[in-house]
Design a protein around this ligand. Structure first.
Ligand SMILES: CC(C)=CCC/C(C)=C/CC/C(C)=C/CC/C(C)=C/COP(=O)(O)OP(=O)(O)O
Ligand SMILES: O=P(O)(O)OC[C@@H](O)CO
Ligand SMILES: [Mg+2]
Length: 235
């Protein structure tokens, strides 16, 4: 089976709660060369802020995916290519593993053909996503590999996402998740800020995700990370 992300090397994650750099537009964001845009953030995201970003990016060619951090921010828009739905495998309790999902399925009439699963392994205890989900980030490379295998083999997750949001990760731990997977794609996100960091993590994953760099430094810096990721996958 083919998936949209089979051809992706680089994803740009736009946080609807954060501003772009002065003078930059969503047209610039869509023209960074990234393979897809994922729209989401942990804190202070609303359906209204989501809609603003989706509408602004709708007219450009780049695929658009929503990554909701709770059922209340999911929007229904024809401009969206799909939904990437997180499940936090190392969350401190069941709400972020099945609870939020149960509520969502109960209240919404889902378009399953555009709904995809993303197994998060949250690794930076300082990140808002770790604090919100009370994730146990004290994991060895073996633990990370085992979570990745469980996600793929026992829970049928299409994507495994090693999430270091805000800090550059441990390549041995990321590589352990990569090695554990046969079918699921490994996404890596966290602290990618230039050509080198993108190039290095792309060698240990299938897709690198760049987030805060867009908001903190802008589209030229993001373009460098696209080059770094693509060069690694071409090698
Ligand atoms: C069932 C539905 C529709 C939603 C639940 C989905 C779950 C389990 C969400 C848990 C939290 C999560 C994994 C959010 C995804 C987005 C994400 C990790 C954004 C990055 O967040 P940070 O960079 O930590 O946060 P800020 O940049 O907002 O501080
Ligand atoms: O913001 P950064 O650190 O690039 O992290 C990207 C992404 O993994 C966040 O969910
Ligand atoms: Mg962030």
């Amino acid at each position: 089976m083919t998936n949209p992300w089979d051809d992706w090397d680089h994803v740009l994650k736009v946080d609807p709660d954060k501003d772009l750099q002065p003078g930059e537009t969503f047209e610039d964001v869509c023209r960074t060369g990234t393979d897809a845009i994922e729209i989401g953030g942990t804190l202070d995201v609303t359906a209204e802020k989501m809609t603003r970003v989706v509408d602004a990016a709708a007219e450009y060619d780049v695929p658009l995916y929503q990554e909701p951090s709770n059922p209340g921010v999911v929007i229904d828009s024809p401009a969206l290519d799909g939904y990437l739905i997180p499940t936090v495998f190392n969350a401190g309790g069941p709400f972020w593993i099945t609870g939020a999902h149960k509520e969502w399925v109960r209240i919404d009439d889902l378009d399953w053909s555009r709904t995809h699963t993303e197994a998060y392994i949250v690794m930076n205890p300082e990140a808002s996503v770790a604090q919100l989900t009370e994730a146990d980030c004290d994991l060895t490379a073996d633990d990370v590999g085992a979570y990745a295998k469980v996600a793929e083999r026992m829970f049928g997750q299409e994507i495994v996402y090693v999430e270091y949001s805000g800090t550059f990760g441990d390549t041995e731990k990321v590589g352990a998740a990569h090695d554990a997977l046969d079918d699921a794609a490994l996404f890596y996100g966290g602290g990618i800020h230039d050509y080198e960091s993108a190039n290095e993590m792309a060698a240990h994953s299938d897709v690198v995700v760049v987030g805060d760099l867009l908001h903190d430094e802008g589209v030229d810096a993001v373009r460098e990370t696209v080059k770094g990721a693509k060069d690694a996958q071409d090698d």
